[in-house]
Design a protein around this ligand. Structure first.
Ligand SMILES: [Zn+2]
Length: 424
């Protein structure tokens, strides 16, 4: 679609989304009134900057359904975040939302080279996470064959890959590398598999990882981006040229702002990505602050798509870590540690990448009594912390108990996280 026609469509959809949200969601009525703005004030796309931002905290405060714009009877599916800091965020979809989502995923798959001839193995988790079900219905939409294997059980993944003739793999990039490692251990030649494309997302990865995955699995690997609050996967995707992810601009308006001042920045500038949904009925999002740092370019792409492209996010404006595809806030780990009476409030979170796998280690000081006690007590405390972290984060961690006063103290802002992965 030519840019001018696209912008006309965006404005039409923006105006109806803003009105839809304002008429139906008390949160939007309140914040619009505070800014003394009404849906009628949106006359051009430039007026978007006059609208207030929506934050993750707003969604959490309205847990679970407070920001839904339709009665629950019209919501046909919900997904939710794993429960990050405090409340999880719950997102809902009407039947039309699911239709639109499938269409966007169909674009992601098509841009990545998947056709109806393909056999697509989805090794994203199925469940509350948007990745599994999100990709699933897009695969069905293009008429390819979907294998809904879900995540984990690598031996079974490989067995299915071989026996079912998988040609396309969908998972996190780190899991793809892990599968490649296991294939090598089992002395399976990737050439003997039918794999030809891979669509990877849900966590940051580098160009180096891409070349690794491509050579070790014998696939063309593309990246795609999304977040549950605005839809899930399907916000943007790479085409075969792999020069940034095309944003589905008929469904989302992407802005780049200065994360400190909130001011909109011109195209081509690096800043925080802000997304406004243009078609969503159940949970319209106006100027949602993603916290992802990226750059958007309007330069034409060789593939012919007219959609703007965003770079892989280079970081976050908050302290969220993405470990094995799971969103982790250091404060969640801190909360766990504070509940364990044998620990001192001094800890370090260390994230490393060994081969393809992210490892999370938590070093925490214990009190003198525990430290001077026998090994048995130390082990019991470490196990207790490990189990709590696993149940809160859904992620295993190595817990190392250290002597009181042995961790480095910082002056000023404590630096409790060491992310030693080379992600950019
Ligand atoms: Zn392109």
């Amino acid at each position: 679609m030519p840019r001018d026609a696209l912008e006309t469509l965006q404005l039409e959809r923006l105006r109806s989304t803003v009105k839809w949200a304002y008429d139906r969601v008390p949160f939007y009525q309140k914040v619009f009134q505070e800014q003394q703005i009404s849906p009628k004030d949106i006359r051009s796309l430039d007026d978007l900057v006059r609208l207030p931002f929506t934050m993750k905290a707003d969604l959490q405060a309205s847990y679970p359904y407070g920001m839904f714009a339709v009665p629950l009877a019209d919501v046909v599916r919900v997904h939710s975040s794993s429960g990050t800091t405090g409340q999880p965020t719950v997102v809902g979809y009407t039947r039309n939302d699911l239709e639109a989502w499938s269409e966007l995923i169909a674009r992601v798959l098509t841009a990545g080279g998947v056709t109806r001839e393909d056999v697509v193995q989805i090794a994203f988790g199925y469940g509350m996470f948007t990745g599994g079900f999100g990709l699933h219905y897009g695969v069905e939409r293009i008429g390819a064959t979907v294998i809904p294997v879900s995540s984990g059980n690598t031996a079974r993944q490989i067995m299915i890959m071989k026996d079912f003739g998988t040609t396309a793999l969908v998972c996190t990039p780190s899991y793809a590398l892990y599968i490649a490692e296991v294939l090598a251990e089992q002395k399976v030649d990737p050439e003997a598999l039918k794999l030809r494309v891979g669509l990877f997302g849900a966590e940051p990865w580098t160009e180096n990882m891409r070349s690794e995955i491509e050579s070790r699995l014998g696939v063309s690997a593309t990246d795609n981006y999304g977040l549950s609050e605005v839809m899930g996967p399907g916000v943007s995707m790479e085409c075969e040229l792999k020069q940034g992810m095309h944003i589905n601009e008929d469904s989302f308006i992407a802005e780049i702002i200065d994360p400190d001042t909130g001011e909109a920045l011109p195209p081509g500038t690096t800043g925080e990505l802000v997304i406004t949904t243009l078609t969503k009925e159940a949970l319209p999002m106006i100027r949602y602050r993603t916290r992802d740092i990226t750059r958007v370019t309007l330069e034409p792409c060789g593939c012919g798509r007219t959609f703007a492209r965003m770079e892989k996010p280079s970081g976050r404006t908050d302290d969220m870590l993405i470990i094995r595809g799971v969103n982790v806030f250091p404060s969640q780990i801190e909360t766990v540690l504070m509940e364990i009476e044998e620990t001192e409030p001094h800890y370090q979170i260390i994230v490393t990448r060994q081969g393809a796998m992210d490892n999370l280690e938590v070093q925490v000081e214990v009190n003198e009594r525990v430290f001077s006690d026998e090994m048995r007590m130390m082990n019991a405390v470490a196990n207790k912390i490990g189990q709590r972290i696993a149940s809160v984060l859904g992620l295993s961690a190595k817990v190392t108990l250290v002597e009181p006063k042995s961790l480095q103290r910082s002056e000023g802002k404590a630096n409790r996280v060491q992310d030693l992965r080379k992600l950019s």
